[in-house]
Design a binder for this molecule. Structure first.
Ligand SMILES: COc1ccc([C@H]2OC(=S)NC2=O)c(OC)c1
Ligand SMILES: [Zn+2]
Length: 248
């Protein structure tokens, strides 16, 4: 068990995001297929936390879980959120061979075997698993649209709207290929507690859907409006890490 100081943060050795150099990643034949079982009825609400919009799930039982891949046990889905840019030329946190995408989805899971809550898991070495999915400009994404239609209700910081049944599996690309590496949260507390699983294949969303993200605000009602855009962290040094791939 590590306390906060031992989990070394911004001066850390395993910070995120990183640029994934495809040729430097190492195929690991021991990596299993990732198994995802999300129960749509565990979806609770969407809220604007002043940094992104976040969809929260009921994580009081093993109902929406992932397992397999590089994982030694199952992890519970807690929330998902996005990072995006002001324009389509940037927005994702991770990059692939220095290619940046207009947005990146983070599906956040915690380890109920070694932690009793998400908040505790943040402080645990590998207490969290975040699945990163790149978004690219292309066809309309019907599954995402249900989420986009709710965004005007959470325009301002600290607003919330009920969002009862949603299956985040619809945001997962069908291609099973992923990279995995040990990293961190990308905003404070920046703790080095994340096993990253980055999907190789992006999902497609259309221009209108990206523009709806960009109409959200960092600011609360009544404050001078600041558009919620460019909520991504700059690249961090790879240092002594190897990125493994599940595919040749
Ligand atoms: C308190 O919980 C947090 C805090 C920060 C983050 C940031 O780290 C990554 S990754 N994306 C973020 O916005 C988080 O995400 C899992 C969860
Ligand atoms: Zn994130």
């Amino acid at each position: 068990k590590k306390n906060n100081s031992e989990l070394s943060v911004s001066g850390g050795t395993r910070q995120s995001p990183i640029n994934i150099q495809w040729r430097d990643s190492v195929y690991d034949p021991h990596l299993k297929p990732l198994k995802i079982h999300y129960d749509p009825t565990t979806c609770l609400y969407i809220w604007n936390n002043g940094y992104s919009f976040q969809v929260e799930f009921d994580d009081s039982a093993d109902k929406s879980v992932i397992m397999g891949g590089p994982l030694e046990n199952h992890y519970r889905l807690k929330q998902f959120h996005f990072h995006w840019g002001a324009i389509n030329e940037w927005g994702s946190e991770h990059m692939v061979d220095s290619k940046v995408y207009p947005a990146e989805l983070h599906l956040v899971h915690w380890n109920p075997v070694t932690s009793t809550s998400f908040e505790e898991a943040i402080m645990e070495n590998n207490g969290l698993v975040v699945i990163g999915v790149f978004l690219k400009l292309g066809a309309h994404h019907a599954g995402l649209q249900k989420l986009v239609d709710a965004l005007p209700a959470v325009k301002h910081k600290d607003t919330i709207v009920e969002f009862d049944v949603f299956d985040p599996s619809c945001l997962m690309p069908s291609c099973p290929d992923y990279w995995t590496y040990d990293g961190s949260l990308t905003t404070p507390p920046l703790t080095e507690s994340v096993t990253w699983i980055i999907k190789k294949t992006p999902i497609e969303v259309d221009q209108n859907q990206l523009e709806e993200f960009r109409m959200l605000l960092f600011t609360s009602a009544g404050e001078e409006e600041k558009r919620m855009v460019d909520n991504f962290r700059p690249l961090q040094p790879l240092m002594n890490r190897t990125v493994r791939s599940s595919f040749r």
